[in-house]
Design a protein around this ligand. Structure first.
Ligand SMILES: C[S@@+](CC[C@H](N)C(=O)[O-])C[C@H]1O[C@@H](n2cnc3c(N)ncnc32)[C@H](O)[C@@H]1O
Length: 372
């Protein structure tokens, strides 16, 4: 590693969508260590970034290498409306993981850190506690910070994915907000949003393979098909571009699942079909199940493929994922879109690293009790 490398640690690293954006910025951000409990995601990170990956729970990390920057997204299910069915205890555990993140910050004293989470985190009691610590803790007080909800489409991603982002920089007067958008009506350039046609329009209509394969040059084929039943196919056909389960009710009431028939209202994304000329909707971990969201291809009678989901998340085709189809889908759905990561990298670089003067001051004996 050369002397200008900005040593970056990724906590809750997943496949590394966020880390990829920092690398793509080509400003010197270099992954030196990552923590990820999901074995398949940990292997993906290792394969693509080549650094040491602790593939266990963050609570078991007993030593971090020195770092100039910490990035990462403590898991979000505990705050998300989608996690409502979790029992209270496991929700509390998930919510407490952000404290593990701050523990690493207090130990390593990086020049800057970035926390990514679902928008709801910023409205939670846990976030209020985090803000309190930023004002009162002797080490955290040295950081200026700002935060808000960013839409990935504003940063060149073909997806309206909203994420809560928190940026802290040590030793500066102010962190302005938001990072300047690059696309959409709020951007200085006024550049149009990327659409699905832009990012998946070139892919074959109906893929041949049902399993993930590699070609002779090591390229991973993620454009894989599912095998829907005749009934599922007939349902897909009843839904036009931009339509949803209410079109199914209108066009083929005989095919409407009984559990939906009694619901006059409710989410309009279920069995939703995407639009060619708009950004996609939030890709989650089960994007291959049309009954879980707006995942039908804009034109063809099938859900989007793993390759399409990865492109909508702005992963390049040469990024290789490890694990089964389900593992890979989870990694894609959990990721921060790389291009959003890249915009954050440029923002953080300008605030914290562009002058070339930064230092870290390690505090091995930092007590987590302060965070309790
Ligand atoms: C939102 S995802 C991170 C996505 C990642 N930043 C990206 O851009 O690809 C959160 C990750 O935290 C991991 N995780 C959950 N609990 C953990 C724990 N206790 N220790 C380490 N990792 C954990 C999950 O397996 C998941 O991959």
């Amino acid at each position: 590693m050369d002397g200008t490398a900005i040593r970056t640690i990724d906590l809750f690293a997943g496949a590394g969508g966020l880390a990829l954006g920092f690398r793509q910025a080509a400003l010197g951000f270099t992954s030196v260590f990552a923590v990820e409990v999901d074995p398949a995601a940990a292997r993906t990170f290792k394969q693509n970034f080549g650094c040491e990956v602790f593939d266990g729970p963050i609570e078991a990390v007993d030593h971090y290498p020195e770092a100039d920057l910490i990035i990462g997204g403590p898991p979000c299910q505990g705050f998300s409306p989608l996690g409502r069915d979790r029992d209270d205890e496991s929700r509390a555990q998930l919510n407490d993981l952000w404290q593990q993140y701050l523990k690493a910050v207090c130990e390593l004293q990086p020049k800057a850190f970035v926390i990514e989470n679902v928008p709801q985190f910023q409205k939670s009691a846990q976030f209020a506690r985090l803000l309190e610590l930023m004002e009162t803790d002797e080490d955290l007080k040295q950081y200026s910070y700002n935060y808000g909800v960013l839409n990935a489409a504003d940063y060149g991603v073909a997806q309206t994915r909203r994420r809560g982002i928190f940026v802290a920089v040590r030793g500066v007067d102010d962190v302005p907000w938001p990072p300047p958008p690059t696309h959409g009506p709020e951007s200085p350039s006024g550049q149009e949003y990327l659409t699905l046609r832009d990012v998946i329009g070139d892919l074959p209509s109906y893929p041949k393979n049902a399993e993930i394969t590699f070609d002779s040059e090591g390229r991973q084929d993620l454009h894989i098909k599912r095998n829907p039943t005749a009934k599922s196919l007939a349902r897909y056909r009843a839904i036009p571009e931009g339509g949803n389960r209410f079109d199914l009710r209108r066009n083929r009431p005989d095919l409407e699942p009984r559990c939906w028939a009694n619901k006059a209202t409710g989410t309009t994304d279920v069995m939703g079909r995407l639009w060619w000329d708009r950004p996609g909707f939030t890709i989650r971990t089960e994007f291959y199940k049309p009954e879980k969201g707006r995942y039908l291809h804009p034109q063809y009678d099938r859900p989007i493929t793993h390759r399409e989901a990865a492109r909508i998340q702005s992963f390049p085709d040469d990024f290789v994922f490890e694990g089964t189809k389900i593992d890979v889908a989870r990694q894609i759905g959990n990721a921060v879109p790389a291009k959003l990561g890249r915009a954050l990298a440029e923002f953080v670089y300008a605030l914290a690293f562009a002058d070339g003067k930064w230092s870290t001051e390690r505090k091995e004996d930092r007590q987590l009790s302060l965070l309790a």
